[in-house]
Design a protein around this ligand. Structure first.
Ligand code: UDP
Length: 312
């Protein structure tokens, strides 16, 4: 049987590269696009020798041209770390708007299924806890995180418009905090920051009082969820994340314990509009995808620490 073809934008990034590897294992032909704005070839070098893997260096805010049949378009291209999107707010807005438009255009042209990597940030600083997909969110569109939150909200709206007007099949993954090997050590997010600091015997920088919460999903669990969502028939947003909720101070203490350092923490100002709490309600994913995360935070962190020790 002829292999199905997947185009994956942002395929060289942290989540994208893990998903590329999984898709190749599942027998897909993978066309990976990236402009390396926050990644490099490091994550995909190991895949380049696979004859079913093609890399195209391309900025998807420009027209996307792909020859031949395409069965799935997975749109993962985006800045994702708050530090990155604060540094590149215009690129963040462009990839979420123009990039999503181009990726949807490709899916329409090829009659392919379109999957959007959306985010828990569509809920902003939520007033409903935990967050179900039916919650509309609480977002400051002119705040510093607005560039990311609104670009993803726009991307979801555009995907729905293409679904309603052109009848294309859409899948929307609202991805909650995800961590694991291949995150950039200096990407500014809390897990790589804490591990990097611990491995260099530096104090861990806790923002605010560290009482804000996040729910951390290990990369392998997330990839499983994305793969199931892609193959499902769900034309509706689906939360993908681990419901285990921790304060940032608890996370710092766990990293200290697992790295075995004589750890200290220092407190720094809380960034503007930093959500106070975040936890996915994954009832829908459990029901539709028969999916739920398996990896406990301590186990996933240990694997991530081990990887950073040798690779970073
Ligand atoms: N954070 C922290 N120290 C750091 C980096 C982040 O205390 O060195 C906090 C940040 O303020 C936020 C949480 O950790 O409350 C998660 O931040 P991250 O940048 O990983 O992602 P977010 O969930 O905010 O998008």
């Amino acid at each position: 049987m002829k292999k199905k073809t997947v185009v994956i934008t942002g395929g060289a990034g942290f989540i994208g590269s893990h998903l590329c590897g999984r898709l190749l294992k599942e027998g897909f032909k993978v066309i990976c696009m990236d402009n390396f704005i926050t990644s490099g070839s490091g994550n995909i070098n190991g895949l380049l020798k696979d004859k079913n893997f093609v890399f195209v260096k391309h900025n998807v805010t420009k027209y996307i041209k792909v020859g031949g049949k395409v069965d799935f378009v997975l749109h993962l291209a985006s800045l994702a770390s708050p530090e990155d999107y604060l540094r590149y707010p215009i690129q963040t807005l462009k990839v979420g708007s123009l990039g999503t438009h181009n990726a949807l255009g490709l899916a329409k042209e090829k009659k392919a299924v379109f999957l959007l990597a959306s985010t828990s940030e569509v809920y902003g600083d939520p007033h409903v806890h935990p967050q179900p997909e039916t919650y509309w969110g609480h977002v400051n569109c002119v705040g510093v995180r607005g560039c990311y939150d609104e670009s993803k909200r726009f991307a979801e709206a555009l995907a729905f418009a293409y679904h309603r007007v052109h009848g294309i099949e859409i899948r929307i993954a609202r991805i909650f905090n995800t961590y694991g090997p291949r995150m950039r050590l200096n990407d500014g997010r809390v897990v790589p920051n804490f591990i990097n600091q611990a491995l260099h015997n530096k104090p861990l920088t806790v923002y605010g009082k560290g009482l804000q919460t996040r729910s951390f999903c290990y990369i392998d669990d997330l990839v499983e969820g994305l793969f199931r969502l892609m193959k499902s028939k769900a034309n509706e947003p689906v939360n993908l994340g681990n419901p285990g909720e921790f304060t940032i101070k608890e996370l710092a203490d766990l990293v200290v314990k697992l790295t075995g350092i004589k750890g200290t923490v220092i407190y720094k100002p809380l960034p503007q509009d930093d959500p106070r709490q975040r936890q996915p309600d994954i009832t829908r994913a459990k029901k539709i995808l028969k999916w739920q995360p398996k990896v406990k935070l301590a186990d996933g962190l240990q694997k991530t620490i081990d990887w950073f020790k040798v690779s970073a």
